[in-house]
Structure formats: C-alpha cells, structure tokens
Design a protein around this ligand. Sequence first.
Ligand code: PLP
Length: 366
Amino acid sequence: MKTIFVDSKGVEYVPDKNNWKPADGLFQVKHGAIRFPLKMISVRPATMWRYQEALPVSEKISSSLSLGEGMTPLVPFDDQEPNLWVKMDYLMPTGSFKDRGAAVLIAKAKELGVTSVIADSSGNAATSIAAYSARAGIECHVFVPDSVSEKKLAQVKAHGAIVHKIAGTREETAVAAQSAVEETDAFYASHVYNPFFHEGTKTFSFEIWEQLQFKVPDQIILPVGNGTLLLGAYIGFTNLLNAGMIDKLPKLVAVQAENCAPLAHAFTSSSPVTSVENEGTAAEGIAIADPARGEQIIQAVHASKGTIITAPEEDIDEAKAELAKKGFYVEPTTAATYAAYKKYKIKHVTESERVVIALCGSGLKK
Ligand SMILES: *Cc1c(COP(=O)(O)O)cnc(C)c1O
C-alpha cells in the first residue's frame, strides 16, 4: 500500500524522513481502496502482518523486523457476562499495544533509509520504539523527563537506546526532542505526530473483527490519552467499512482518568479541547494534559456514535485486583479502563450487546 499524508487543509504530502509536521495541523494518512482477501488472510501466520494489503510496509521489511506482534487473544471475560470480551494486547512482545504502532513506524523508517531515530515518552511507547529500533539496527535516542524512575528506563536501556533526561515536564521533554530532531538528521519516531503509528495500531480492529467471525462488537471500551489506540481503532474500522467488509462502526467508548481528562471535558461540554492540570492519577499512561490530536479524537468518537467517560480514581486499585482474580495481570492504566466500564455499563450496556474491553499494558512492568 502506497501512502500519502494530508494536512488539515487536505494538502497532500509524500512521507519524507525529515518532515514531521505540515504547515497546517498534523499529518494524517489519506486512504485509498483497501483489499481484505479473506481466504489468503486466514492462512497467513497469526500476526498483525496477515492484513498486509492494508499495511504500508513491504513484506520483505516487515518479515525481517517482526517479533510476531499481533493476533493477541480475544477471550470471554467470565461465565457471568458471556457478551463481554477482552482483547489481551498486554501480551505483545514488549508488553503493550504500542508494539503495533512501533513495528510499522520503525519499518517505515527502515524503508526510508533512516539510521537514527528520536522519540519522547516515559512509558510504553519508548520501550516499543527502542525494541524495534534495536531489531532494525537503527540508533535510538529516547528523551524523558528527569523525574522518570530508573526502573522504567531499564527496559529501554536494555534494548540499547540512548536516554536523554530533560529537566522539566512531559511537554518540555517533547519540545527538547523536537529541537534535537530539527538540529540533526534523525527521524522523529513520534507515536503522537507520525500517522504511520496509527497504521500499525489499526490492526487491533482488524483482529477483533476476524476473531468475532468477521463481525464487529457493539461497543469497544479503550483508553485514551494521545489517542494512538483510539485513532488506530477508528481508522481500522473505517478501512473495513469503506472496503464493504462491515456495515457499521462499533461505538468507541474512550476512557480518561478522572484527574486528567481534557477530552472527556471537551466531549461532554461540546467545547474545544483545552489543556488541563494533571491532578495526579495511578493511570499515568493516559494522563495527557494537552493531547496534540484532541480534536481528531473527538471527531472519531462522534463518528462512531461513542462517548468519552472517566475512571473514578478510587476504583482503579480494586479494578486491578479484580482483573487479576480473573487471571488478567495488567498495569493500573489498564485497570482504569475496566473501572470506567463498570460504572458505565450500569446505564449504557444492555445484556444482548457485545462489548470488547482493551487490556493494553502488562502488570509485569510495574
Ligand atoms: C500508551 C498507552 C495508553 C494510552 O494511549 P494513548 O495513545 O495515549 O491514547 C494506554 N494504556 C497503555 C498500556 C499504554 O501503553
């Protein structure tokens, strides 16, 4: 699949290794007609690359880079709620769904002849980018706020990435990374700005569709901070809809942390997304005070007839324990998704509706 980027005015760009931000807004991918040859897909290896016609990477590069990511289990939650399913993306190679996006983004970097990448993240995105860069033989620089614990960085360093600690906030760290990108020839391997990341996370949708015998669920409960999973999920289902493979989008029900919920506020008050103060939350993976793709996220949720809800802070620990008692060992950010679902389902989920909850991050990291 050949890819064209567009900016917010619809101006087209050929993806280029040094241009990470257009004059207007942020890059998005312009999708043409995509094929889903079901007979061929069903006999390919059980990884996200089985949907290769829908992915922007040549098979030669993806097969040398792949760690077998994708096709994570979709299992029933328990006997009491037969229509509730969980998508176990915490079983990815580095322990989170970010591997979907990083695999495609680093594969594209490789294709573009990149030899050095810069990323900024203090969490799972950094780990994924570091792992796939290592596999691709690309030098990887990760910018983090200096408040990040050494433990969190251990996995990033183990993959050989060079860590740059920045005195300041998460936002200031991003600015430092962007200046380094401007000053060097390095590729900005950003899960927020580079839409190739969403081209990877969209396989989350293809897999759910295939695992439910080529049907979509009624509702999908998933976390949202910068929207890398949510936008990917939306793009994936939209690709299927446009290809005539499904006839409706599932409702995307996005979860924010009560104490850092700029998107939930904007959605409920029908107002523009404005940055908030992060009041502190156990769900740090979704605590994004000023999401760069805020309006795009709100539009995607509306288009799916979904909603944005919040996880009560005091319920997160208990939700984590409850999931563990069912056998699912996840990180607090992921427990927040379940905590929010429990409150939401009382009024908004009927017994006959099929619901999928995304379990995104492994508890083994924390
Ligand atoms: C990155 C991440 C999120 C949040 O994803 P966004 O792209 O910020 O919306 C949620 N859970 C886990 C486990 C993550 O790694």
